[in-house]
Write a protein that binds this ligand. Structure first.
Ligand SMILES: Nc1ncnc2c1ncn2[C@@H]1O[C@H](COP(=O)(O)OP(=O)(O)OP(=O)(O)O)[C@@H](O)[C@H]1O
Length: 580
């Protein structure tokens, strides 16, 4: 993507009226600045005791002053100069404020759009991506896009200002202006290599940022294990390595930027000296014109230098925009169809799987191979099988998280596909083996599932999930659970997970090894709670424990993605002696 295309893509997201106002402010600012310079020549003539009407520009100026009934005196010209500079300052202030608000608005919009796109992507694709890379994109890359935009807008303002300077300079002396322009552009062209390097450095910085984000996220995520394995040193070394790479990238970019600036300064001084030499010695340019030109070029060269620096920064940030666009395109390709209206399936709806097959990328054997099963409404089904048999994949299909590659999921006889998958999920509650809790209070963690639940409903859900311990805590529902619930025991976390699921009043409740961390006493209580739910909703229990199987209406045995046996526990048991 080149900078012009990038600018049009980014600015294309902003309201046209705001972009138009910004451009108008830039043009007006540049025109006022140009007009201010126009006053300099007659002013210098007057101050030098000469005639103020020696050339065309001055004659036009005099006719404007005549219209305003103002005399052509040094005082009037100075007042005009101050007024124009003040007007330009006011325009510049307005432009800066608008540009900043536009920049922040666009970055927020991009961040929001990426976050929304990620959250609404298909789970199958999401689960194959790296969270640290997404976090880096939403945080660091989005900020870099903001920096690029800031410099891009400054570059635009700069280009307009340069055009105004050039117009004035051309009016004063086209020969000196063309010479100056040619010189400036030659230096600009000489630094093309530097700008190409900026793009490359921007790409490398993106890689270094991603590596750093992965290290931080993975080190902190596994800090307990790192401490137990005494692997803190490895994490520290990786952190130091990535920090060093990051710093090297930043230093290389600063060095390249500073080199460009130094080259421009030296070349600018040489150009200025050459203009003075040729202007005085060969072209015999009048001194006031030459002084004005020197003044203009002493501003034009820094503007050109700034343009180079701004372009340098834009190119450096461009890979971050490319990454954001790439993510958005990927998310669009893997977008999950969303339901406008959400149909409700009565709790009396039977659930069926009809020849469901799921294959994951890069795996030879399908995780589920033509699996058919029926889950009668308000009954309990236990799904058992060896590790890797496909139990969790089956649960993902049942809750509408995964779409089968072939085959169907039906609820109440209706096929759950497309946007219906999302709608069906609203009626399913899932309790995984590892309960996910936020670093927040127990109440906030529970209300996440149902924000309108009352304290009385929370208490009932906790009781049904054998999680009455919460009410005995000194802070009760307002107890903080720590990162991922680290301040609670595994069993307490599981019971909170179950309470949260029950709070949703689901039609289908799936428990994936959800009692594995419970002691016998609490498991008995949770089992009792689940048994109490029998006849109220459809329950699917995934697990190995015998106690779970015995009380299920139906047991499905999975092996290598296929249904090996199904029926009541008494029917299945003789066929599967390994389960006893
Ligand atoms: N996202 C994925 N990408 C690739 N392969 C996967 C993915 N998820 C699961 N698999 C593979 O699919 C197969 C079934 O996995 P699944 O998690 O459904 O089994 P499981 O019976 O729940 O296992 P466990 O009891 O160990 O949790 C396994 O071979 C697993 O490696």
């Amino acid at each position: 993507m080149n900078p012009v295309r990038a600018a049009s893509r980014v600015l294309g997201r902003a309201p046209a009226s705001r972009v138009g106002t910004l451009l108008a402010l830039m043009i007006l600012g540049a025109l006022t600045e140009g007009a201010g310079f126009m006053l300099l020549v007659p002013l210098l003539n007057l101050l030098g005791g000469g005639a103020a009407r020696s050339n065309g520009i001055e004659r036009k100026l005099t006719s404007v002053l005549d219209l305003l009934h103002l005399p052509l005196t040094a005082g009037v010209l100075l007042a005009g100069f101050v007024a124009l500079v003040s007007l330009r300052a006011a325009l510049q202030y307005g432009r800066e404020r608008l540009a900043t608000s536009l920049q922040h608005g666009l970055v927020d919009q991009l961040r929001q759009q990426c976050f929304h796109a990620l959250l609404n992507s298909e789970w199958r694709w999401l689960s194959s991506t790296r969270q640290a890379d997404q976090a880096n994109l939403l945080l660091t890359d989005a900020s870099r896009v903001g920096t690029g935009l800031h410099f891009g807008l400054a570059l635009l303002a700069n280009t307009v200002a340069m055009a105004a300077h050039l117009a004035v300079a051309l009016a004063l002396s086209w020969s000196l202006t063309v010479a100056a322009l040619a010189g400036g552009l030659a230096v600009f062209a000489l630094l093309a290599g530097q700008r190409g390097k900026a793009l490359q450095l921007g790409r490398e910085l993106g890689k270094a940022n991603r590596a750093m984000q992965r290290t931080v996220q993975e080190s902190l995520g596994g800090i307990k294990l790192a401490k137990i394995l005494r692997a803190e040193g490895q994490h520290e070394a990786a952190f130091a390595r990535h920090m060093a790479t990051l710093r090297i990238q930043q230093h290389r970019f600063s060095a390249s930027s500073a080199l460009g600036q130094a080259l421009f300064q030296a070349a600018g001084a040489a150009l200025l000296a050459a203009y003075l030499y040729f202007g005085l010695g060969f072209w015999h340019t009048p001194v006031p014109v030459l002084v004005t030109l020197v003044f203009i070029f002493s501003r034009l060269i820094p503007l050109l230098m700034a343009a180079h620096q701004q372009l340098h920064q834009v190119l450096h940030a461009l890979p971050a925009l490319e990454e954001s666009e790439r993510l958005l395109a990927e998310c669009t390709r893997h977008a999950e169809p969303t339901a406008a209206a959400r149909p409700n399936w009565p709790v009396s709806s039977d659930i069926e799987l009809d020849a469901v097959t799921v294959s994951y990328d890069g795996r030879e054997r399908p995780a589920l191979a033509s699996v058919s099963a029926a889950f009668r409404a308000r009954t309990t089904t236990a799904i058992v099988g060896a590790s890797g048999a496909g139990k969790s994949t089956l649960a993902d299909i049942l809750m509408g998280l995964l779409a089968p590659d072939s085959g169907k999921l039906r609820v109440g006889g209706e096929e759950i596909r497309g946007s219906l998958r999302q709608a069906w999920r609203a009626q399913v509650a899932y309790v995984p083996q590892e309960t996910y809790l936020f670093h927040a209070t127990i109440r906030e963690n529970l209300l996440w599932a149902r924000p309108d639940a009352t304290d009385a409903e929370l208490a009932i859900a906790l009781e049904h999930a054998a999680a009455g311990f919460v009410l005995d805590l000194p802070q009760g529902l307002d107890t903080l659970v720590g990162d991922g619930g680290v301040l609670l025991s595994g069993g307490e976390r599981q019971r909170l997970g179950l309470a949260r699921a029950l709070l949703c009043k689901p039609s289908l409740l799936i428990l994936d090894e959800a009692t594995s961390a419970l002691d016998i006493d609490n498991e008995m209580r949770v089992r009792k709670a689940i048994e109490n739910l029998h006849g109220e909703l459809t329950v699917v229990l995934i697990g190995h424990r015998l106690a779970t199987l015995e009380h299920a209406d139906q047991v499905i045995v999975l092996g290598q993605g296929c249904v090996l046996a199904s029926g009541t526990w008494t029917e299945v048991r003789p066929l599967q002696p390994n389960l006893s």
